[in-house]
Design a protein around this ligand. Structure first.
Ligand code: ATP
Length: 517
């Protein structure tokens, strides 16, 4: 675990050192849980967004996009329930003065029991080899049974408390923390305050005079911008059910427990898609979207074992199914995306609060109804973090050296091709520029002439550039260059005229999209 934390720290400093992510307002020592993306970070982030947008809007004839404003009419948030119920249950440790989310403390405790079980299984697997029967082991091993019971009891109690009549039972949450003997990771004590609710929305004022100004909120999710535009898009686009609306945009949450770098930020970006369907078909569509979204993630080639679904213990009262896609980060399996079946809750609420009729006339059944919704909601920044964590490697080379390399999927890499003149003379720089001038229209290229070639390779490895080309004496004679592959470090001689066809297909988003079909 400590080793994993070290790796995570290294990834965070790598992100800063190589222009991926900086603390916001760095010269003023940063602003809590707010970050800026640097010259390489913005390219990677844009590529992630493009991969998502195109997989939704380009590959689905019945999905269209919008870009709604961050500011919305304040009644939106009354209708959506955010004013009254967008709260986190918080608890403070009196000794360390640190604040935690009570639900997260309990979920971490459940994860500990799961870890213990997993460790027993791995140990036994090693001991018994091919003869190992996991189901039998789970049903008979005493330590596994003991931890499974602890997990089940806690899980049951937790579900009851989170789904209590009239909202979360705050006293019940505290009692679980006390009964489980959960201690503050900083002070190591059980000196806890009561659990309190805290609203996560940022407020500001719109209008110039104190009297006339009204309180508005920075949107805590992008989804409501889609719901309030449902009628506009359905009518103007003459959309027929089932159809979806996709959107990418900033969201803001006054997260109290903001840790783990860009995993939990106060200003972040979401990619959300609301899919409007006929009531009664929601569980089928929920299943389809679960599968498609998992495929989208796994398509990046990080290994199926690094993903899992985590069904929600606490279903919002309007939802009838909800799951998270979790990714194996250095600090455990963590949510990257949520998929929710939200019934007709949001559209009905907006109809009620606006007094407008928000319905769909179904020409096939000759009926009007309020559509149901399946939502897929993913954080760009969490996706970014998961990609960074998986791609980062300190690789031991045969000659004893270590190279730091980012094995980014080529289609997402900020720079696709670096072109180096071997020396700064004999027309090599000019030749290198010529290559770039030709290829820059097709993908992102970078020119580098400083330092020895070996050092230049290392710099490109560190930003995940999949290909490097070196212009040397021979190039000037026969128009061939050496092409070096980031992952294998192999070099081969290729004609300049073939560079585009060799590289373009591998680095384009299209190559990823084709694998989704
Ligand atoms: P969590 O339980 O971690 O607070 P959530 O369940 O509240 O997350 P959703 O409201 O379902 O999250 O938001 C959808 C997605 O938006 C999440 O899966 C995550 O990727 C992203 N997201 C939510 N909150 C943040 C945040 N504070 N910083 C970065 N990304 C976030």
């Amino acid at each position: 675990m400590a080793q994993q934390e070290d790796v995570f720290k290294k990834i965070v400093s790598h992100c800063k050192e190589y222009g991926f992510v900086f603390p916001s307002s760095d010269i003023y020592d940063g602003l809590g849980a707010v970050y800026d993306y640097g010259q390489n970070g913005v390219e990677l982030k844009n590529n992630i967004k493009q991969y998502w947008w195109q997989s939704m809007v380009l590959l689905h004839e019945n999905i269209v996009g919008i870009d709604a404003a961050i500011f919305m009419h304040p009644t939106t948030w009354k209708a959506s329930g955010h004013v009254d119920a967008f709260n986190d249950p918080l608890i403070d440790n009196r000794d360390s003065k640190k604040r935690y989310r009570a639900d997260v403390l309990i979920e971490d405790q459940m994860a500990k029991y799961e870890d213990k079980i997993q460790k027993e299984i791995e140990k036994a697997q090693k001991r018994f080899g091919d003869n190992f029967d996991e189901a039998k082991f789970r049903a008979t091993n005493e330590r596994v049974l003991e931890n499974q019971k602890k997990y089940d009891d806690l899980h049951h109690r937790y579900q009851e408390v989170m789904n209590a009549e009239g909202g979360i039972d705050l006293e019940g949450l505290k009692q679980i923390i006390l009964d489980e003997g959960i201690v503050c990771p900083i002070s190591g004590t059980r000196n806890w305050t009561d659990v309190r609710q805290f609203n996560l929305m940022f407020k500001t004022e719109m209008g110039s005079t104190a009297d006339g100004a009204s309180t508005i909120y920075l949107r805590p999710e992008t989804a409501q911008g889609i719901f309030v535009n449902y009628l506009n898009v359905q009518k103007t686009g003459r959309m027929k059910l089932p159809f979806g609306i996709a959107q990418i945009g900033k969201a803001f949450r006054n997260e109290i427990v903001a840790r783990q770098f860009i995993f939990r930020m106060r200003e972040f970006e979401q990619m959300e898609m609301q899919f409007f369907i006929q009531p009664g078909t929601e569980l089928d569509w929920f299943q389809k979207w679960k599968e498609y979204r998992m495929k989208w993630h796994q398509n990046l080639g990080f290994g199926a074992e690094n993903y899992r679904f985590h069904d929600h213990d606490k279903l919002a009262h309007y939802a009838n199914a909800a799951t998270d896609i979790e990714f194996h980060m250095p600090f455990g399996f963590k949510e990257v995306e949520g998929i929710h079946s939200r019934t007709n809750f949001d559209l009905s609420q907006h109809a009620k609060y606006s007094g407008k009729k928000i319905e769909y006339f179904d020409p096939e059944t000759n009926e009007s109804y309020t559509p149901y919704v399946i939502e897929t909601s993913i954080g760009v920044d969490r996706m970014f973090l998961s990609i960074m964590c998986h791609s980062y490697e300190e690789q031991q080379l045969p000659d004893g050296q270590v190279r730091t390399v980012l094995h980014l999927p080529a289609a997402l890499a900020p720079v696709k091709l670096a072109v180096f003149p071997l020396t700064k003379k004999d027309g090599m720089p000019e030749k290198a520029q010529e290559i770039i001038n030709d290829l820059r229209f097709h993908f992102n290229c970078k020119y580098e002439e400083k330092d020895q070639i070996g050092k230049r390779y290392r710099r490109m490895d560190a930003i995940g550039c999949p290909y490097c080309v070196t212009v040397d004496q021979q190039t000037l004679e026969d128009n061939t260059v050496t092409l070096r592959d980031r992952d294998t470090m192999e070099q081969k001689r290729v004609p300049i005229s073939e560079l585009r066809s060799i590289i373009e297909d591998k680095v384009s988003i299209t190559s990823l999209l084709k694998k989704l079909l």
